[in-house]
Design a protein around this ligand. Structure first.
Ligand SMILES: [Ca+2]
Length: 227
């Protein structure tokens, strides 16, 4: 009888362990990884020269739901934020395709997990910094960059894989539009790095304060002269 009771306890214990393992596995599966492939066939620097293979490309997500904000000075890194709460999902240089042809960014952001403010449906954008590199990824005021976004580039659901594309009218021919891979095709002029890193708000305040002082001094001088 005692042996039978002991056996029963062991069976119950094993069942609890099995149930525990099941729920742990279920929870891990629910937080599945996302994979985003991103193909860029040709983007340019501010003057229209294709981005060198050392240039920096970033895949970012609009986690704040307020669009993509102006980038301020600071170090760029995957997992960090730029603009207006825009999460950097992936960062790489332009050497991922053949390593020699400028302008091509061919990357897969794998192992991403939705967390914090980053949720399914958040719009994605591709950002490129022609003059920065992986070894010099500190954005300074005045650095030029480009940004492209498309309503069909959205954060997919858990455990899904997507591929998005950005093409130019005179691309390198490596990628072509495909219904499988939501593709934004733009004219070359729209693919130039025509934006610039803006000074930090504190510098702007100082600048505004400085301008105010200059105006005030000018007014005082005019008043003295008119007396
Ligand atoms: Ca935002």
């Amino acid at each position: 009888m005692r042996r039978a009771i002991e056996d029963l306890f062991i069976i119950m214990k094993n069942k609890r362990l099995t149930a525990c393992l099941f729920w742990t596995f279920a929870l891990l599966s629910a937080r599945g990884e996302i994979e985003i492939g991103f193909n860029v066939d040709r983007v340019y620097d501010a003057s229209g020269v294709p981005v060198p293979v050392t240039g920096l490309g970033l895949l970012i997500a609009d986690t704040g739901g307020d669009g993509f904000g102006s980038i301020q000075p600071g170090s760029l890194a995957a997992g960090g934020f730029v603009g207006s709460a825009d999460l950097v999902l992936h960062m790489a240089d332009f050497s991922g395709a053949d390593g020699t042809t400028p302008g091509i960014w061919f990357e897969t952001a794998a192992g991403l997990i939705l967390s914090g403010a980053w949720t399914q449906g958040d719009t994605l954008a591709f950002v490129w910094f022609p003059t920065l590199s992986l070894s010099a990824s500190l954005a300074s005021a005045g650095d030029s960059y480009g940004r492209a976004t498309f309503s069909e580039w959205i954060t997919p659901s858990d455990t899904s894989t997507v591929v998005y594309q950005l093409l130019s009218g005179t691309n390198n021919g490596l990628f072509t539009p495909s219904p499988e891979f939501p593709t934004l095709e733009l004219a070359d002029v729209a693919l130039k790095a025509s934006l610039a890193v803006v000074p930090e708000p504190s510098s702007l305040t100082l600048l505004a304060g400085g301008l105010g002082l200059v105006v005030a001094l000018g007014t005082c001088r005019r008043r003295r002269l008119s007396r």
